[in-house]
Design a protein around this ligand. Sequence first.
Ligand code: GRF
Length: 205
Amino acid sequence: MINLAILISGRGSNMEAILKSIKKNRIPVNPSVVISNKADARGIKIAQKLGVKTEVLESQGIKGPSWDYDKKIVSVLEKYDVTPKNGLVCLAGFMRIMSPEFIRYFKTRIMNIHPAILPSFPGLHSQKQAVEYGVKYSGCTVHFADEGVDTGPIIIQAVVKVKDDDTEETLAKRILSKEHKIYPEAVKLFAQGRIKTVGRKAIIS
Ligand code: GRF
């Protein structure tokens, strides 16, 4: 079975959706550890309530990608037996960019969720960007992480209609409810060994 680590920085609602799916036996993975880079992340308490081990690795003051910091993550992952052979790392609102060394270490075993239909609106404040641009549809994307920002092979996307009177907040809320469906689904596909990556394409069987 795959050993799963989830990395968070705050609210942790995607983490919660994944952990709840696992508890309902919908995803055949071991929820090994939740790691937060912030001690006050709300998601930590949620993980603990769900009986999952948590670790905090403060990253305050460490700006930009840092292999030195990511090595600490690797140590925690090793402690919980989440390895490039048997592991999956889910970035779920983890507000740091992983170093190229970390990405190379874990290869195609790191997933991320982004609140837009990539490659549109990468980076921060995607829902605001979508509202301001005036797109008619937006949504969310689960993808493998690569060395770019929000650029790796796309696993699943879900679309939501953008209303004329949407604000960043109302759009974010509708997108988030789709995120909570597609992220557990992507983890399940991975756990079932149904995702094959060929170049830029993540092919689902
Ligand atoms: C989500 O919108 C996710 O797409 C983005 O950050 C937000 C995290 O929310 N990467 P949560 O912590 O999972 O509630």
